[in-house]
Ligand binder design. Structure first.
Ligand SMILES: [Zn+2]
Ligand SMILES: [Zn+2]
Length: 161
């Protein structure tokens, strides 16, 4: 393969399985499985936001780990058999802007939090949208950018940086 076009990551051009590994000790040797569709969307997201590295805060989660951290029982992070969700952040990009870029790409469910965004390609998709305060989703709707931005400002106030 041409060196220049060689994918860097072992999952896709920019993503490595180690980034998506469940963090619990039991999963250390387990094969990491991530939905190809999710990887494709994440690569598109990266390009659409200026090719800045996307930091994976949480990828796969086994059911035990998901329960442990208080995740939704039906979480897209749980591989079935591939994980369809990721929590991401990008240095220097506001979570709301990640969310809006993801919405433009389409076909993702989007959760916006202070720490970044939850993105997944689990049905029903596209476009279920929610905002978290702490762990609680307090707004859930089809994305309509104007009302979303207004709502985001109200909820996040000065912290919505
Ligand atoms: Zn695990
Ligand atoms: Zn998540």
């Amino acid at each position: 393969m041409d060196r220049k076009n060689k994918p860097l990551g072992d999952l896709s051009t920019n993503f490595w399985s180690k980034e998506f590994r469940c963090i619990c000790p039991k999963c250390r040797r387990k094969k990491v499985r991530v939905s190809d569709l999710l990887l494709f969307k994440l690569e598109m997201l990266r390009i659409s936001l200026g090719n800045k590295p996307i930091i994976i805060l949480s990828g796969n989660r086994c059911p035990e780990e998901n329960k442990h951290i208080g995740g939704h029982p039906d979480s897209a992070h749980i591989p079935t058999p591939a994980g369809k969700g990721a929590d991401v952040k990008i240095k220097g990009v506001k979570p709301i802007d990640i969310g809006l870029a993801a919405e433009k790409i389409g076909g993702m469910r989007i959760g916006i939090a202070k720490w970044g965004c939850h993105l997944d390609v689990k049905p029903p998709s596209p476009s279920r949208f929610w905002i978290y305060v702490g762990k609680k989703p307090i707004y859930s709707a089809k994305i309509e950018n104007e009302s979303l931005l207004k709502f985001y400002k109200i909820v996040m106030g000065k912290e919505g940086k």
